[in-house]
Design a protein around this ligand. Structure first.
Ligand SMILES: [Zn+2]
Length: 321
């Protein structure tokens, strides 16, 4: 029941947040296309209103552009690297229709977003700072500020040494998710650094942050030099869990060379079921080889527990070369 409540509440909040972005211009007849690895929970908010279309980010950019031509979205939501890869294939018709592009899950600079917006013919490209644990943390709004989403999350920016909240300057993001009743996150250390600057006058009263400094996870590297963002690796792991219906308690994905990976999981049911282990391993291999090529090695292990001493500072996605 709790889970149902969480799922039915969250999208409307999410859509409400999106509503701010085009300056209130978002209405029920418009369509959002999510280029992502796992489908969104809902494809509309009932009666076909506020339609949300899912396009897999694992298919090639030319194909994605073709689907966008059929779907004719008004709003596009995707990773900045995916946006860049589909940009050369977007038709003028698709570009002209776009009212807004929301980028998320990876770092992008204001200059990069403005340059893409120009290439799109003017549709604003705005950043969404979010995480699975804390949901929407801050949105870059048409006023030009990043505003904390104070109706979805309570954020403290703390000194990394003393862990005491600071009013100005650069500190760690610590958040309490106000939506997730199924799995509460209270004073969760997100691991990102942000800078709080001068609060400029604005019609929106949510606190402003000046800059998002960075994420804790590493990007992976392909043998041809292409950077694969940590967000893509995280997406692959979601897609994997979603497809095979497992419930991972903890995980670690380490890239040890351009073609080798060490993957460690804590999953009790999988630990007891060698057949399912084999199936899930093959599926993971399949997903990773779409991105990294067939020539990959995976050292896959399932553990009862991760070592205690490494739990606090462990990064789940890291590159070791
Ligand atoms: Zn503002």
């Amino acid at each position: 029941m709790l889970i149902h409540k969480q799922l039915s509440q969250t999208p409307s909040k999410v859509f409400a947040n999106f509503g701010y972005k085009p300056g209130g211009g978002y209405n029920k007849d418009q369509t959002i296309a999510h280029v992502y690895t796992v489908p969104w929970w809902v494809d509309s908010l009932g009666n076909g209103d506020y339609q949300s279309i899912f396009i897999s980010s694992l298919i090639n950019p030319q194909e994605v552009a073709k689907i966008l031509e059929e779907v004719k979205p008004d709003i596009l939501s995707l990773y900045p690297t995916n946006l860049e890869s589909i940009l050369p294939f977007l038709s003028d018709e698709v570009k002209e229709r776009l009212k807004l592009v929301v980028v998320h899950s990876e770092m992008s600079s204001k200059e990069e977003r403005e340059s893409v917006s120009e290439k799109l013919g003017g549709a604003p490209v705005l950043d969404e700072y979010s995480s699975e644990e804390l949901t929407r943390i801050a949105l870059e709004l048409p006023c030009g500020h990043y505003h904390l989403c104070e109706d979805t999350v309570r954020i403290d920016v703390v000194d990394p040494e003393t862990m005491k909240p600071i009013k100005n300057g650069t500190g760690l993001v610590v958040g309490t998710n106000l939506l997730n009743t199924a799995m509460p996150f209270i004073k969760y250390v997100q691991g990102d650094l942000v800078t709080i600057g001068e609060q400029e006058p604005c019609d929106i009263s949510w606190r402003q942050i000046e800059k998002i400094e960075g994420r804790q996870n590493d990007a992976f590297l392909r043998s041809d030099g292409l950077i694969i963002p940590a967000g893509t690796i995280l997406d692959i792991s979601y897609r994997w869990m979603f497809d095979i219906g497992i419930n991972i308690q903890e995980f670690e994905i380490v890239q040890t060379s351009p073609t080798s990976f060490r993957i460690t999981l804590k999953e009790e049911n999988l630990l007891k079921d060698p057949e399912k282990q084999q199936k899930s391993f093959s599926h993971l291999y399949q997903l990773l080889s779409i991105v990294f090529g067939q020539d990959i090695n995976i050292d896959f292990s399932i553990v009862k527990n991760f070592p205690k001493e490494s739990q606090r500072k462990r990064r789940p996605i890291k590159r070791e070369f």
